[in-house]
Design a protein around this ligand. Structure first.
Ligand code: NAP
Length: 489
C-alpha cells in the first residue's frame, strides 16, 4: 500500500475546471461539495460549472479539433500509452481517492484503476490500426477510396459507479481517433476525473483536447452544449431515463450518440451447472461494486432441483462478507452511494417481501453513519415484484425457480433491458442455444464478470446503442468518408 494519506490524495487533486489546458475557477467561484459515502463527511469542494463555463469548454474543444486531427496516429497512441503507465504507477493513490469519493473497497478500486488504464493501453494500440479501403469501380472506369476521419468534438457524460473506467472507455477511443472532447463526470465522483485530466496533461495531451467540467447542474450545463450544433457526438453512460432525455435533445442537431444505459441482468443456473462455480460467479456478478454495476445480476433464475442448495450456499457466502468503510482492511462491502440509493434498495426489498418473497439473510440497513445495506438473499421473488423489472443497484440477490429451459429464457427476456445475462450449465448444446436466444448484448457463460477493454461492451433494447472497447470501440468516434476518383483515363 502506498504511504499516501487520505488527506494527501484529496489535496493533490486540482479542484478547478480543466478548460483549454488551464485549471480555471467556475464563474462566480461557485463550488460543490464532494462527500465520503461511508461517513457522510465532506471531503473537499470542486468547481461548480455554470452553463457559460460549459460553453467555454466546448469553445476550447472546437478550437483544438483541427490541429488535433492532424496529429499522427502514432503520437496519439503514445500519449495514451504514457497515460496508461502513469495510471498504473499511481494505482494505489488513485484507488484511495476513488474509494473516498465513491465508497467501493480499496481492492476493487485498485482493480478499477487497472481496468481503466487498460482502455488507454488498448486504444494506444488501436490508434495506429484505423483502416480504409481502395477499390476499382464495378464498371472499371473509376476508383473508390474509403477513409476514416475523427467525428469531431465530442461530449462525454459518465456516471459515479465506475468513476475512472467509464471515463477512459470514452476518452481512450476519442483520443485515438483524433477527437477533442468535453467530459462531465458525475457530481458525486468528480475527483477521479480531475486526477485523470492531470495525468493526461502530463502525458502530453495538447491543450483543449480534453476539457473537464464538474457541475451540480448536469442538465443546465449539458443541454446548451448538446443543442449548440458544434459538437458532433454525445457518448453517455448512465441511466436509461436520462439517456432517453439526451436522445431527444440530440435529435435537434442529429448528434451522433453512443448510449451505455441501465441493465437488469438475469443469472440462469441450470440443473447441470457446476453449483460451486455458479455460486462463485453469482458472488462476482452480484457483489462487484457493492451491486452498483450496470452488469450486476439483478434476477437469479435457478432450476428447482438445485435451488435450495444454490440459495443455501449463496446465503452462507453473503453472510461471511465484511461490511465497512472501503479503506478498512478486509472490507468487501462498502457503502451505497447516497441515502437515496439506500431508500430505493429498502423499498424494493419491502415490496418483494410484501409480494411473498422470503428473506434468507440481510434485508435491512446497517446502523451508524454512512449508507450501508446488508448483503441480502431473497427467495420466491415473483415476477410482479418491482425488483424483477427495476435495477436494484445494491447488494440484494433475488432468487426465483424454473422448471424448463423455455421458461427460464422467457423469464430472462421479459424485460425492456438487454445489457448482459449470465448462464451456468455444463451442457455445451444448451450453453450455445441459450446464449444465442438471450436478448442481451453480452453473455457471461460460466463466468460472472464480462468487462474487458478488448471486447465490444454494450447492450440491446433499452440498455443502449453502440459498443465501447474492443476493435469496434474506436469506430464510435470515426466517420467513414468515401472519395470517388475519376478522370483516370
Ligand atoms: P444518471 O443519473 O443517469 O447519471 C449519469 C450521468 O448523467 C451523471 O454524470 C449525471 O450527472 C448526468 N446527468 C443526469 N441528468 C442529466 C441531464 N439531464 N443532462 C445531462 N446529464 C445528466 O445515472 P447514475 O445514477 O449516475 O448511474 C447509474 C446508471 O448508469 C445505472 O442505470 C447503470 O446501469 C448505468 N450504467 C451503465 C453502464 C453501461 O455501460 N451500460 C455502465 C455504468 C453505469 P449528475 O451526477 O450530476 O447527476
Amino acid at each position: 500500500m502506498s504511504t499516501v494519506s487520505e488527506a494527501g490524495v484529496v489535496s493533490a487533486v486540482n479542484k478547478e475546471l480543466f478548460i483549454g489546458g488551464k485549471w480555471t475557477a467556475a464563474s462566480g467561484d461557485a463550488t460543490l461539495d464532494v462527500t465520503d459515502p461511508a461517513t457522510g463527511e465532506v471531503l473537499c469542494a470542486v468547481a461548480d460549472a455554470s452553463p457559460s463555463d460549459g460553453t467555454a469548454a466546448l469553445d476550447a474543444a472546437v478550437a483544438a479539433q483541427a490541429d488535433w486531427a492532424e496529429v499522427a496516429p502514432r503520437e496519439r497512441g503514445e500519449i495514451l500509452r504514457r497515460a496508461y503507465e502513469k495510471l498504473m504507477e499511481r494505482q494505489d493513490e488513485l484507488a484511495l481517492l476513488m474509494t473516498l469519493e465513491m465508497g467501493k473497497p480499496l481492492a476493487e478500486a485498485k482493480g478499477e484503476i487497472a481496468y481503466a488504464a487498460e482502455f488507454f493501453r488498448w486504444f494506444a494500440e488501436e490508434a495506429v490500426r484505423i483502416d480504409g479501403g481502395y477499390a476499382v469501380a464495378p464498371n472499371g472506369a473509376g476508383r473508390f477510396l474509403v477513409t476514416k476521419q475523427p467525428v469531431g468534438p465530442c461530449l462525454l457524460i459518465t456516471p459515479w459507479n465506475f468513476p475512472m473506467a467509464m471515463g477512459t472507455r470514452k476518452i481512450g477511443p476519442a483520443v485515438a481517433a483524433g477527437c477533442t472532447m468535453v467530459i462531465k463526470p458525475a457530481e458525486q465522483t468528480p475527483l477521479s476525473m480531475l486526477a485523470l485530466a492531470g495525468i493526461l496533461a502530463e502525458s502530453g495531451l495538447p491543450d483543449g483536447v480534453l476539457n473537464v467540467v464538474t457541475t451540480s447542474d448536469a442538465g443546465g450545463v449539458m443541454e446548451p452544449m448538446i443543442r449548440d450544433g458544434r459538437a458532433r457526438k454525445l457518448s453517455f453512460t448512465g441511466s436509461t431515463a436520462v439517456g432517453k432525455k439526451l436522445l431527444e435533445q440530440c435529435a435537434g442537431t442529429v448528434l451522433r450518440t453512443s448510449m451505455e444505459l441501465g441493465g437488469n441482468a438475469p443469472f440462469l443456473v441450470f440443473e447441470d451447472a457446476d453449483l460451486d462455480a455458479a455460486v462463485d460467479g453469482a458472488m462476482q456478478a452480484k457483489m462487484r461494486n457493492i451491486g452498483e454495476a450496470c452488469t450486476a445480476a439483478n434476477r437469479f433464475y435457478v432450476h428447482s432441483s438445485v435451488a435450495d442448495a444454490f440459495s443455501r450456499k449463496l446465503t452462507e457466502r453473503m453472510e461471511g462478507l465484511a461490511i465497512g468503510r472501503g479503506t478498512e482492511d478486509g472490507v468487501v462491502v462498502g457503502p451505497l452511494i447516497d441515502s437515496a440509493a439506500i431508500a430505493k434498495v429498502s423499498e424494493l426489498v419491502a415490496d418483494a417481501a410484501q409480494n411473498g418473497a422470503k428473506v434468507l439473510t440481510g434485508g435491512a440497513t446497517v446502523d451508524g453513519p454512512g449508507n450501508f445495506y446488508q448483503p441480502t438473499v431473497l427467495t420466491g421473488v415473483p415476477a410482479k415484484a418491482r425488483m424483477s423489472s427495476e435495477e436494484i443497484f445494491g447488494p440484494v440477490a433475488p432468487i426465483s425457480t424454473f422448471e424448463t429451459e423455455q421458461e427460464a429464457l422467457a423469464a430472462a427476456n421479459d424485460t425492456e433491458f438487454g445489457l448482459v445475462a449470465y448462464v451456468y450449465t455444463q451442457n455445451i448444446a444448451r450453453a450455445i442455444r441459450v446464449s444465442e436466444r438471450l436478448e442481451t448484448g453480452m453473455v457471461g457463460l460460466n463466468q460472472g464478470v464480462v468487462s474487458n477493454a478488448a471486447v465490444p461492451f454494450g447492450g440491446v433494447k433499452q440498455s443502449g446503442l453502440g459498443r465501447e472497447g474492443g476493435t469496434v470501440g474506436i469506430e464510435e468516434f470515426l466517420e467513414t468518408k468515401y472519395i470517388a476518383i475519376g478522370g483516370l483515363s
